[in-house]
Design a protein around this ligand. Structure first.
Ligand code: NAP
Length: 311
């Protein structure tokens, strides 16, 4: 019998407990689950984790084989020094599809200038014919599970896509650049800039005043990675001088975004409340069960976080 500890808020326990146990049962892996206090720490085999769970000392789970995050972003747990077990990020098809849909929607919105017609009332009969996607350059920062899927889909729509990551890679239809010294090149062509990077010591304030100044005048920014990637004050300044025409932000340094934050009232900012890509219970339960099944059979866990890199 596998014992799962859910280090999550009670509402998430209610959502995920049965789907994960069912998914394990279908793999002939009977399991029981509980919240902290329900299972003796030394009897726990796996920890299902999401920010908001009460456990902060993972040292007591001496038998635990892995901590499996329900979320793709792990910046709040990755630096926990008591965590000696492998930490696995969430990678699942629903999350990926959601991110692709959000990025495509807001890229097309920026590309077509749709806001002009949605916001102008009454509509004036003024025609603004946008270029075709084949004449629009989009840069995607971050080519991981989510960024590479978004970049591939944008390329499939015909956009001229540049992607940027730490390591060199090849993605069909995408000009891939790697490393800090290629970032200026990636920014210089970014009429639409899509950020899907994790928060790490290297990515905090990556888009500061100096880097924002490298964007083509009138560019659009979409941030679905983490709020800390962009210097808020520098972004407001770039918006005010027209360097950046508009920014669609899904993630913020403080969430919920405080009511007095200037983003709320800035006409160039569209806010979505961290909804770009949600973990979907059904597909996530399958992904977690797959990873536990691998571990139980002696196969290496998937999507293990490299703690030296914080993602
Ligand atoms: P991932 O597979 O780990 O990919 C991360 C990507 O970022 C990789 O391509 C990596 O480069 C790149 N990267 C990391 N540090 C870098 C640096 N210093 N310089 C250049 N590139 C760097 O992560 P993912 O699953 O795609 O998720 C990405 C992030 O999206 C998550 O960490 C989370 O913050 C965010 N997210 C947001 C939402 C939302 O609803 N808004 C939902 C889910 C996730 P390499 O490929 O070279 O390693």
């Amino acid at each position: 019998m596998i014992r799962l500890l859910f280090n999550v808020a009670p509402d998430l326990y209610a959502q995920y407990r049965a789907p994960i146990l069912d998914a394990l049962r279908r793999r002939d892996l009977p399991a029981e689950a509980g919240l902290p206090g329900d299972i003796a720490p030394e009897a726990v085999d796996y920890i299902i984790h999401a920010t908001g769970g009460p456990v902060t000392d993972f040292g007591v789970f001496t038998r635990a084989r892995a901590v499996l995050s329900l979320w793709a972003g792990v910046e709040k747990i990755v630096g926990n020094r008591t965590l000696t077990q492998p930490l696995c990020r969430m990678v699942e098809s629903g999350l990926r599809q959601g991110m692709v849909e959000w990025v495509v929607a807001h890229t097309l919105r920026a590309h077509l200038g749709t806001d002009r017609y949605v916001r102008e009332k009454p509509v004036t009969w003024t025609q603004h014919v946008p270029p075709l996607a084949t004449d629009r350059s989009v840069t995607v920062l971050g080519l991981g599970e989510l960024g590479s899927a978004a970049a591939t889909t944008l390329a499939g729509l015909g956009f001229r896509v540049t992607g940027w990551a730490r390591h060199a890679r090849e993605i069909a239809g995408v000009r891939c650049l790697a490393g800090a010294d290629r970032l200026p090149e990636a920014l210089a062509t970014a009429e639409i800039l899509v950020a899907i990077l994790p928060e790490t010591p290297d990515t905090i304030n990556l888009l500061d005043a100096k880097r924002l100044a490298l964007l083509p005048p009138g560019s659009c920014i979409l941030n679905a990675g983490r709020g800390s990637l962009i210097d808020d004050t520098a972004l407001i300044a770039a918006l005010d001088r027209g360097q950046v025409a508009n920014a669609t932000l899904d993630v913020f340094r403080t969430e919920p975004l405080p009511a007095d934050h200037p983003f709320w009232s800035h006409p160039g900012v569209t806010i979505s409340p961290h909804v770009a890509a949600a973990t979907r219970v059904g597909t996530a339960a399958e992904a977690i069960a797959d990873n536990i099944a691998r571990s139980q059979s002696g196969a290496p866990l998937l999507h293990v976080v490299d703690r030296t890199q914080s993602y």
